[in-house]
Design a protein around this ligand. Structure first.
Ligand SMILES: [Zn+2]
Length: 106
């Protein structure tokens, strides 16, 4: 996989406004399409990542009601995908970093 330190086997799985896969060593944003995983898993990860930040009211720069619960559900779904990802990539070391957006408003 392409990243600045080349051929990483250490992936960070963290949702952001980009593909949610990063090289854990050089913090390069990896292309989800480059991962040697099933199309089903890719699509599931894509649709999950699209929900990132859905608990924030960007206009008013505040949280919508139930934001903490929504983020929690999002993080639980992410943890499940992370387990599936690790199963499909046994040669990689994968870390999962849950979203903590709502805690920035406390
Ligand atoms: Zn790297």
């Amino acid at each position: 996989m392409e990243c600045s330190c080349q051929r990483t086997t250490h992936i960070l799985f963290e949702a952001d406004f980009a593909d949610p896969v990063w090289c854990a060593d050089c913090k390069w944003n990896l292309d989800l399409d480059d991962l040697p995983v099933s199309e089903t898993l890719k699509r599931n990860i894509e649709s999950w990542a699209e929900g990132y930040g859905g608990w924030q009211d960007w206009e008013g720069e505040k949280l919508i009601s139930d934001a903490v619960k929504i983020e929690e559900d999002f993080n639980n779904a992410g943890r499940l995908l992370f387990v599936l990802l690790q199963q499909e990539l046994p040669g990689f070391t994968i870390s999962y970093k849950p979203s903590r957006l709502s805690s920035m408003y406390k």
